[in-house]
Design a binder for this molecule. Sequence first.
Ligand SMILES: [Zn+2]
Length: 217
Amino acid sequence: MIIGHYAVAMAAKKIAPKTSLGTLIASAALLDLIWPFLLLLGVEQVVIAPGTTAFTPLDFTYYPWSHSLLASVIWGIVFGGVYYAITNYRAGAFVCAVLVPSHWVLDFVVHRPDLPLIPGSDARYGLGLWNSVALTLVVELFIFAIGVVLYAVATRPRDNIGSIGFIVFLVLTLGLYGAAVFGPPPPSVSAIAWTDMGQFLFVALAAFIDRHRHVVR
Ligand SMILES: [Zn+2]
């Protein structure tokens, strides 16, 4: 799942209005920001296997350090803790700490049973929404729309970057999603890793746009 994580981050702006949307997205997508580094280091593994689910050609064979439930909770505590140490903003730290493992819960809905609860365990979980492209699109786009509306209602543009930039951000996000869904399978694992790192640009763009919007009181 990609844009569903962004949706939860956008929705969270209301609860932590002083936290940048960039930070909120970094939290919700953190496991996918860690994952490409572990792939390149050979610590975690993914196999390109078209047909593994209808939605994605990726078979997530081994990713306990980025994508087990326990790891996600620990990453959340670490990320929330670092954020609190830097900002002293309790609501923001709490929201970040919760957003990180929210990633696992959303992934659990769409992945086939490939998500571990703890590193070292062979048991794998996932409800497999990805077996249907149509259902996945309906559910994920619906969640995304709710997130967009909640963020758009909670904030107001200060200037054109805040208004037009936000729309550009949404279009780019949907474009990335469309490319991932309807594009050809990636040629190699390192290509997957480098493409996934593109999400850092989305974090930066979201942080930039968020500075050009103010929170509605
Ligand atoms: Zn993920």
